[in-house]
Design a protein around this ligand. Sequence first.
Ligand SMILES: Cc1cc2nc3c(=O)[nH]c(=O)nc-3n(C[C@H](O)[C@H](O)[C@H](O)COP(=O)(O)O)c2cc1C
Length: 255
Amino acid sequence: MNPTIELMNARTSTRVYDAAPLRAEEKQAILHATMRAPTAGNLMLYSIIEIEDQALKDRLAVTCDDQPFIAKAPWVLLFVADVRKWLDLFAYSRVGELAGVEHRDRLGAGDMLLACSDALIAAQNAVIAAESLGIGSCYIGDILENGEEHARLLDLPPGTLPIAMLCFGHAKVSRTPASRQEKYVVMRDRYHRLTPGELRDVSETLEREHAPHGLKPGVANYPQVVYERKFVSGFMREMNRSAQWWIDRWCEAAV
Ligand SMILES: Cc1cc2nc3c(=O)[nH]c(=O)nc-3n(C[C@H](O)[C@H](O)[C@H](O)COP(=O)(O)O)c2cc1C
């Protein structure tokens, strides 16, 4: 193996941080590496908001499904899928004067998915760059919740969408990497839907790895745990509601 792959194999999410702030050179190196990420059409369809205001961090720790460690993270970056800056540039550049093109009056799902891809790929560059400097990180997917409040708190205009937040800091405790079930992830040539036998294997492997001491009464297997904890949870209901709000707002944004 090489040091990059070793680093990636050893990475875990970091949620407990040393209080020490990150140095300016560390932040700059991470941001620079972040922006070297591949980006659709080299358009950089994202913006990064550094969350420095402690009162804002405190509020986000609540609105992102009550995760107090957000408030204690020495550095927090919000990755925003962003077509707004291009729309503003187009308007400034009088694209309406162009003849012989079919003009658009709305953003679409394609614009949104490309911008989200750009933002997330950049975010993962930040994770790996930070890791290489000994700085841990954790994604906060719950930034997708409470869309109305987050749009207001962060001044996010139509044509933007906060797709991920990242907390950074030196790890206070080290963790062993979480297990991954590789067997049924990589497919060949076409999608393979798991057979009943393979589904039993996945279920039993998950249970061995995540619930070695058994399950609580009334729960028959580990997928039932995941279903209850994640799929039908209150936070997932709110995330789906709020994500739909973001999608509708995006697709209604005038070009
Ligand atoms: C899109 C996304 C959203 C996530 N959201 C959260 C979150 O809100 N809170 C949290 O503690 N961890 C969050 N995580 C971290 C995952 O829980 C973590 O990656 C997973 O448990 C695997 O652990 P590992 O990163 O240590 O390998 C998120 C990860 C991703 C990729």
